[in-house]
Design a protein around this ligand. Structure first.
Ligand code: GLV
Ligand code: MG
Length: 346
């Protein structure tokens, strides 16, 4: 057996490790850049809606095979979706398909037909009603097999896991860590409310009788923590009163304030509201970029870890918060209108 000097072995190991770290950083960067402020639901059974969706400024469009499609229309919907992905113009949008959940008989054929038929035009699959990590692992494996069979780049298609019942919520940490393909956790309020027995039929609003606080606070925070622990995005679900845009805005502002990356939209009017609510304001974006620029100056030129920016003290924690706001602003296409001037130049 050929023997290599220890220095060669060490540098090969280090090189492999560095390459893996670089690949992982590239993946995280891509995720951070993939904006999901507005996630538009489009029934796969409706060719007119599949056409119309291409013209709307939603960050992500998901073509639905699950609850917006009647059982008798599922087969036809798969064909419509493959056709729409292959021939439509989805420029600038993340293209997703929601398959049926694993408690149905449809999931495997949904995945096989859509990915074999249009895998190169697809960014993500949404798996609904996820209850434990083995479900995501199953989808990951099936995707890998299809990718190898038809010659698609391995691992490129991502997964979003929808959390929609008590079992999914209790297992959410394990679900969030179950696959490298996972890009986002998504809250499904309608199924969730039904599954835990909440006494309401209005999806997206507080249940009648709950007059203080937010009945969903625990659920929303639980998802947020699990998602962030694994560097995933986290998306709020639908608001079904589609004519009530102010109501939508109010609900969206609450999850945006918590840190959510976006929310589902069911109507063109909601798209605009979501894009606005989940983007930082121009003022906040400018402020974040100023903090980053000033902090870079103070730590490198003046070698100070804490410094004053106007009347505000900034330090490493300020930089981390500013990074989040700046990343969201850049992803939303905002441009800086202010520059930092070092004290020596004032
Ligand atoms: C979405 O799928 C929901 O159940 O709210
Ligand atoms: Mg649902």
């Amino acid at each position: 057996m050929q023997r290599f000097p220890p220095s060669v072995v060490l540098s090969t190991v280090l090189y492999g490790w560095a390459a893996r770290v670089a690949a992982e950083r590239a993946r995280l960067l891509l995720l951070a850049m993939r904006s999901r402020r507005s996630v538009l639901a489009v029934p796969g059974s409706n060719p007119r809606f599949l056409e119309k969706a291409q013209t709307l400024p939603a960050d992500e469009v998901f073509l639905d095979l699950e609850d917006a499609v009647a059982p008798a229309a599922k087969q036809e919907a798969r064909k419509n979706i493959v056709e729409a992905l292959r021939t439509g113009d989805w420029t600038g949008k993340t293209r997703a398909v929601r398959v049926n959940g694993l408690e149905t008989q449809w999931t495997y054929r949904d995945v096989i037909e859509v990915v074999e038929g249009a895998g190169e035009h697809l960014d993500c699959l949404i798996l609904p009603k996820v209850q434990d990590p083995t479900e995501v692992a199953w989808l990951d494996r099936l995707l890998t097999q299809i990718e190898r069979t038809v010659g698609l780049e391995e691992g490129r298609i991502g997964i979003e896991a929808q959390i929609e019942n008590a079992r999914g919520l209790v297992n959410v940490d394990a679900i969030a860590g179950s696959s490298r393909r996972l890009e986002a956790l998504v809250f499904g309020p309608a199924d969730f409310m039904a599954s835990v027995g909440m006494r309401t039929l209005v999806v997206g609003e507080q249940p009648p009788g709950y007059t203080e606080g937010d009945a969903y606070h625990y659920v929303l925070m639980r998802l947020l923590m699990a998602a962030r622990m694994h560097d995933l995005q986290v998306i709020d679900g639908p608001y079904l009163q589609i004519k009530d845009v102010e109501g939508y805005r109010r609900a969206a502002r609450r999850t945006a304030a918590l840190g959510y990356d976006g929310k589902w939209v069911l109507h063109p009017l909601q798209v605009e509201a979501a894009n606005e609510v989940f983007s930082p304001s121009q003022e906040d974006y400018d402020h974040a970029e100023l903090i980053l620029e000033a902090y870079e100056y103070y730590t490198t030129v003046e070698r100070r870890g804490a410094a004053m920016l106007g009347d505000e003290m900034i330090d490493e924690a300020s930089r981390k918060m500013a990074l989040v706001v700046a990343a969201k602003g850049r992803a939303a296409g905002l441009r800086r209108t202010k520059r930092f001037t070092p004290p020596s130049a004032q």
